[in-house]
Design a protein around this ligand. Structure first.
Ligand code: FAD
Ligand code: FES
Ligand code: FES
Length: 1059
């Protein structure tokens, strides 16, 4: 028998050889667990967050070029890496050797807070610099498009990266010959504030220079391997899956003939997420490696043929080159494709995903397929039986057998025809943000007039996001052929298309009305775009567009990040050694940037460590009829399954007077309710076994999901909260006007980049436990674990070095999970780790409370609000958690910056069948503040005054008293408000906005200024207290132990500044 091939690749300049490569193993866990390179982080596991970004480098023996590209390690099967060099954040610099300029600058420019996203950011920028040592701002923002940060905000990160650009610190835009450095924003003069502010938080002169000659070289061994090694199909056999990597076209066809059902994995950005999130399993995978025929770029006299194996990033570069070289009339389709390639996913995914994989996936929201279809593209196929071509059309999208690939066929390339004179193609897309977000609706549209008479000869319209796959408005297009391009035609087109591309009210993904609006809006924009070009081409025959329409044509560009920020200077009298007030960088900043900062799951495995995973309810409100654990318990590696029965007597913990239950007993109250916990030798085994736990449910009534349903069923957590000041009812009798209104706002996911993580280690003596956990509230974790194990608190040591983001979401549910994990650890006397995957995390934990606010305001015609009666309803979910706290603080903060002389505000927490909502940034204020501010905006409208005027009129004045009878001196508030107005040139900007809105029918700008008064700490003084223990050692070093948790705010840095 032939020996199994070796998988050989390099990581950070070191050779890695795997003799038993597992095809199911992705690069991310391989780096983290096997190579112990924990700098590369897990944030989502699905290519969406960029935390796992690494640089992949490959040598092309034909072109002799090395390609460096960013990639998401979570979606790279290690078997696909043969011959590649992987660079991780550890490979570019460390505090032990030298830090890389990217690492230094992101830290020194304050581009890190919790630091969990930072290694990914660093690697995206590092890869950009490997390809472009002096990037432009466009390249920079493009490179960061696939990286999310939940703490820092992107400005300081961009600031750091801008220092590598040629002319940094400037918008680099020369629109109208004016750049941001030449004048104030919007051409408005800036407020001069003397010398109290400093423009910079860092000094560029101190930075290490970027020296490209110092970077790791591409391993010569891999170069020789690529050039000289005999080409042979590699086969890796895993426990459940076989990976076949043919290296010649012949080998690929043979493999596909032998395994017709096996997917052809290229970038794995479509197959990978299906396997991970939808439980799809492929026993065999075929993954071609460096087959030249799949990378062809062929220019014929009337079309361009692109190999199916080219990455979307390569396609983008090729098309950018083609549109430069060919006349505009031939490149209509290429231009449209380029527009969408600029926003499709992030740079990592575009560099991994292939053209063939994209076309073949036929995702309903594919950005390219609608354009390729309107462009009459052809798919060139090959199998052992020979070549054939099929059109990329609606039958292909709906997988009609006659129009689809046969199972043994391979897509070799895609031919994209040149456009003709009088032919126009447009691309439209609406997503929640420009980059790295799937389109809600997208579209490709093409019209061909044949000649300059403006009569439609061909029309083709495809939409994405509105059906199970890309759909065609074929009948509508046919009916419009022969019609002149005018408003009458547009009118008919809109009606026909809306009829044909019909969306039922219950369409998956919802947003039906919005999608219908987009369907028509895109058509309207297409009409305008084409009309404008026709006018340009033949001004005599085509009328000018009405001025008011023109504003619909310009795309909304997100401008480069340029801004004016003023920082307060430290008092010049302050002693030089006194660091208070100085912008000191986060003390862990450099470690964040080098990947050396240790988070919970970065800790190495403890001897005989177990992994715990939760089984959760799939029903929102149901009785548990039975739980069958037998099959799961018999799975390999499974050690135990903990249920509520095992926790008898300790299955709950008292928080805020209501017990929080850990595991469900006889009923479940939300989807994601914890039912039991599977403990196994490894994460994979625990997850596989969890799927075999069989639970039979019986649905229960009522099912309450919304605030309205809770009000209807009188389903509330007690007690209701109420704040009353003055005499509201009397005041309503004397006011000029009364208005009543309501506002609803939805919830929000915390999406801390580090998911819920914990490791509980029994110390083996006196039942002592070490709990390593990502939490904001270690004291609570200590209490809940001690109570569950029936131990005094002093036996439980809770360690939190740092937290990769929390935002309120790492307290109560974290405690519940830590309690169950500790129970398992104690029972088996072994360390137990529990790390949630992103999907589990979002399922199990709640987020920000959705709110319904009702208000009745009594006010005078001059804008003074004399009486305010408010009701706040929050959707608390299935258990109380911190909901009463949140609603209470919302009520206490609802006055914001205003004195309402007569005020009543009541609050109810609705009990519903959703995962329990909890604390979230702002702790009730964002919702309460929004209700108050929208009431004020309405009052302003009724009085015919500007909202800022009504805000000023009602603001606290000098010495005053809040509704909860706290004295307040509003001097700072008023000064801050006045300064902001002046420094932002508010009134000038407002005039500019009003002028813009008058001149633009379709695009509108808005401007608002809102004050914010935010109290520090909790309602009770006791809850805000803290202590610290300071040790001073004989060598003069100092150790401060304090109760603050480092979760990005830099509390340790501040402690040291304060010392
Ligand atoms: C985080 C993220 C964000 C995304 N955002 C967007 C977005 O904004 N817009 C958008 O349009 N798309 C988006 N996508 C989807 C992405 O474009 C597709 O996943 C990608 O193009 C698929 O290419 P691939 O090479 O990775 O396919 P793979 O996963 O490798 O393969 C996909 C399928 O294609 C088949 N296949 C591949 N090549 C061939 C071939 N040569 N012959 C026959 N069959 C073949 C395989 O059998 C498999 O069934 C996103 C994906 C991710 C993960
Ligand atoms: S992109 Fe890989 S973990 Fe999010
Ligand atoms: S610093 Fe970016 S996620 Fe925390």
């Amino acid at each position: 028998m032939e020996p199994a091939p070796e998988l050989l690749f390099y990581v950070n300049g070191r050779q890695v050889i795997e003799r038993n490569a597992d095809p199911e193993m992705m690069l991310l866990p391989y780096l983290r667990k096997k190579l112990r390179l924990t700098g590369t982080k897990y944030g989502c596991g699905g290519g969406g967050c960029g935390a796992c970004t690494v640089m992949i480098s490959r040598h092309n023996p034909t072109t002799k070029k090395i390609r460096h590209y960013p990639a998401s390690a979570c979606l790279i099967p290690i078997c696909s890496l043969h011959g590649a060099a992987v660079t991780t954040v550890e490979g570019i610099g460390s505090t032990k050797t030298r830090i890389h300029p990217v690492q230094e600058r992101i830290a020194k420019c304050h581009g890190t807070q919790c630091g969990f996203c930072t290694p990914g950011m660093v690697m995206s920028i590092y890869t950009l610099l490997r390809n472009h040592p002096e990037p432009t701002m466009d390249q920079l923002t493009d490179a960061l498009g696939g990286n999310l940060c939940r703490c820092t905000g992107y400005r300081p990160i961009i600031d750091a990266c801008k220092t590598f650009c040629k002319s940094s610190g400037c918008c680099q835009s020369k629109e109208n010959g004016i750049c941001c450095l030449d004048q104030g924003i919007n051409g408005l003069p800036e407020f001069e504030e003397g010398n109290k502010t400093s423009p910079k938080l860092f000094s560029e002169e101190e930075f290490l220079p970027l020296d490209p000659t110092q970077e790791l070289i591409f391993p010569p061994e891999l170069m020789i391997m690529a050039e000289k090694q005999p080409q042979k199909t590699r086969v890796f056999g895993g426990e459940r899956m076989t990976w076949i990597s043919p290296v010649t076209l012949q080998g690929l066809l043979e493999a596909k003939f032998k395994y017709p059902q096996a997917p052809v994995v290229m970038g794995n950005t479509s197959v990978g997420p299906e396997v991970k999130f939808k439980g799809v399993f492929h026993p065999v995978i075929i993954s071609p490696d460096r087959i030249e025929e799949l990378s062809v770029v062929n220019h014929a006299h009337d079309e361009l043929t692109l190999g199916a194996g080219l990455s979307l990033a390569q396609v983008k570069n090729i098309l950018a080159d083609v549109v430069q070289k060919l006349p505009e009339e031939k490149t209509q389709i290429y231009r449209a494709l380029l527009k969408h390639l600029g926003t499709l996913a992030g740079s990592q995914i575009r560099n991994m995903a292939s053209l063939g994989g994209h076309v073949m996936s036929r995702h309903l929201d594919s950005d390219l397929n609608p354009l390729l279809a309107v462009g009459n593209c052809t798919l060139n196929l090959l199998s052992k039986d020979g070549e054939r071509q099929i059109p990329l059309n609606e039958q292909f999208f709906s997988k009609c057998p006659d129009a689809d690939l046969k199972p043994q066929e391979i897509l070799i390339s895609v031919s994209i025809p040149y456009s003709r004179k009088w032919e126009f193609v447009s691309a439209f897309r609406q997503a929640q943000r420009q980059q790295n977000a799937l389109a809600i609706v997208n579209s490709g549209m093409r019209v061909f007039f044949g000649e300059g008479d403006g009569v439609i000869r061909e029309l083709s319209i495809f939409y994405g996001g509105v059906g199970a796959t890309t759909v065609c408005a074929k009948n509508s297009c046919q009916k419009l052929i022969g019609r002149p391009w005018n408003e009458e035609m547009l009118d008919t087109a809109c009606r026909l298309v809306l009829d044909e591309v019909w969306l039922p009210g219950s369409a998956p993904g919802g947003k039906v009305e919005f999608k219908r609006t987009l369907i028509v809006s895109f058509l309207f924009k297409f009409y305008l775009e084409v009309s404008q070009i026709l006018k340009r081409m033949d001004p005599v025959h085509y009328p000018s567009l009405a001025d008011e329409y023109e504003s619909a044509l310009e795309d909304l560009h997100s401008r480069h990040h340029w801004n004016t920020i003023k920082y307060q200077n430290v008092d010049p009298e302050q002693l030089p050694g006194d660091p208070v007030g100085h912008p000191i960088m986060h003390l862990s900043g450099v470690k964040h940037a080098t990947g050396e900062a240790i988070y919970c799951d970065d800790m190495p495995a403890v001897d005989r460590e177990l992994f715990l995973t939760f089984v959760t309810s799939s029903r929102a409100h149901a009785k548990i009829v039975s739980i069958d654990l037998s099959e799961a318990l018999n799975m390999p590696g499974v050690v135990d399954i903990v249920t509520a029965e095992h926790l008898s007597g300790v299955n709950s913990f008292l928080f805020y007077s209501k017990p929080e239950k850990f595991l469900a007993t006889d009923k479940v109250f939300c989807v994601g309710h914890l039912v039991c916990a599977v403990i196994a030798d490894s994460e994979v085994q625990a997850k596989r076994a969890a799927k075999r736990v069989k639970i039979i449910y019986q649905d229960l009534e009522p099912l309450i999901l919304t605030i309205e349903e809770a009000i209807q069923h009188n389903s509330f957590f007690k007690p209701e909260r109420k704040l009353e000041y003055g005499n509201v009812d009397e005041a309503f009798k004397v006011v000029d006007q009364i208005l009543e209104g309501e506002i609803y706002m939805g919830g929000q996911e915390h999406f801390y980049m580090e998911t819920q993580s914990m490791l509980v280690v029994p110390k083996g003596e006196d039942q002592e436990m070490d709990v390593y956990v990502s939490t904001q509230f270690p004291k609570y974790i200590q209490d809940i674990v001690a109570s569950t194990l029936k131990l005094p608190a002093n036996k439980v040591m809770c360690h939190v070095r740092r937290v990769g983001g929390a935002f309120g979401g790492k307290v109560i549910k974290t405690g519940v999970m830590a309690a169950v994990t500790a129970f398992a650890a104690n029972k088996h006397g072994r360390a137990v780790r529990c790390i949630l995957e992103r999907g589990e995390d979002m399922l199990i934990t709640g987020g920000r409370h959705p709110y319904l606010g009702k208000y009745k305001a009594g006010f005078m015609n001059d804008g003074r609000i004399l009486a305010l009666d408010m009701e706040h309803y929050s959707n608390g979910g299935a258990t109380l958690d911190e909901s009463l706290f949140v609603i209470e603080l919302g009520i206490l903060k609802m006055d914001n910056a205003y004195k309402f002389p007569n005020l009543r505000c009541q609050g109810w927490v609705c009990k519903t069948n959703l995962p329990s909502n909890t604390a979230f940034r702002g702790f009730g204020f964002p919702q309460a503040g929004l209700i108050t501010e929208s009431c004020i905006t309405e009052v302003a409208a009724k009085c015919g005054l500007s909202p800022e005027k009504v805000r000023t009129i009602n603001m606290y004045k000098d010495l005053d008293q809040t509704p909860y009878k706290q004295e307040i001196n509003a001097k700072n508030l008023i000064q801050c408000w006045t300064e902001c107005m002046a420094m932002s040139s508010y009134s000038l900007r407002k005039e500019a906005v009003e002028k813009f809105n008058k001149e633009n029918y379709w695009k509108k700008k808005g401007l608002a200024i809102v004050p914010l008064k935010f109290p520090v700490g909790f309602g009770s003084v006791a809850a805000g207290q803290a202590a610290a223990l300071v040790h001073i050692y004989l060598d003069g070093s100092v150790l401060v132990t304090h109760g603050g948790i480092e979760m990005g705010q830099g509390v340790h840095t501040k402690m040291i500044q304060g010392l």
